[in-house]
Ligand binder design. Structure first.
Ligand SMILES: Cc1ncc(COP(=O)(O)O)c(C=O)c1O
Length: 228
């Protein structure tokens, strides 16, 4: 008998999620932008899914942006915020050494393109001290990205406190909640963040879908161009 003990890497798909996907693949083929019955039927299914994700996070449905997973949500939050705030003269970005590669490698890519980046060290227990973040903040800090729960050692960062420090200096705060959503309470209003990433396959959804929550009013540069 084999026992699977790697649920932080990925989970199996819940039968209810598999059933919903099968139904959509077989029956909801309409273009959700079409005004006819088939389009509106597909749109209703998307709206329903959007409301479900919003309810999980204590958010409004209009604030949910579907992505291909946690990696895309992290990339979109960081690159989108960095590019949107650059014209205002904000070219500094802060993260921590404990982040997933989806965040760390995005920071490296932006550093190569001229952004100033700071990667903060953690204390002996794997937690980022709020004082360390306070000292690192600059007048031109655009975004701070600190993960909620870590994928290797499980530490949970004091996100609400860290977010307040960033926002007090006019910066946006992003958290990668890929490992916490579905496992511990994740409420965007309680956490007080501006941007939050989740990924379905970490909590019994399929691979290939995730979401970025962006607080109403937060502007991100799109990295894909297309219809609305
Ligand atoms: C903390 C964290 N962020 C981001 C990701 C990437 O998510 P995805 O596999 O959906 O791209 C993972 C997955 O391992 C993760 O653990």
């Amino acid at each position: 008998m084999r026992i699977y003990l790697d649920h932080n890497a990925t989970t199996r798909v819940d039968p209810a999620a598999a059933d919903a996907m099968l139904r959509a693949l077989q029956h909801l083929f309409g273009n959700a932008s079409s005004v006819h019955y088939y389009g509106q039927q597909a749109k209703a299914a998307i709206d329903d899914a959007r409301s479900g994700v919003a309810a999980l996070l204590g958010a409004e449905p209009a604030e949910i942006i579907f992505t291909s997973g946690g990696t895309e949500a992290d990339n979109f939050a960081i690159r989108g915020a960095a590019e949107a705030l650059e014209p205002a003269g904000r070219r500094h970005l802060i993260t921590s050494g404990i982040e997933h590669e989806a965040v760390l490698n995005t920071f490296k890519a932006l550093a190569k393109r001229g952004w100033r980046t700071t990667v903060l060290p953690l204390d002996q227990t794997g937690v980022l001290s709020p004082d360390r973040l306070r000292e690192a903040m600059a007048d031109d800090t655009a975004l701070v990205s600190i993960m909620h729960a870590n994928n290797e050692i499980g530490t949970i960062q004091p996100i609400a406190e860290l977010a307040k420090i960033a926002q007090a200096r006019g910066a946006l705060f992003h958290t990668d909640a890929v490992q916490s959503a579905g496992k511990i309470p994740v409420n965007v209003r309680t956490l007080g963040v501006d941007l939050l990433s989740v990924s379905a396959h970490k909590f019994y959804g399929p691979k290939g879908i995730g979401a970025l929550w962006a607080k109403r009013g937060v502007r991100l540069s799109p990295f894909l161009s297309g219809g609305k």
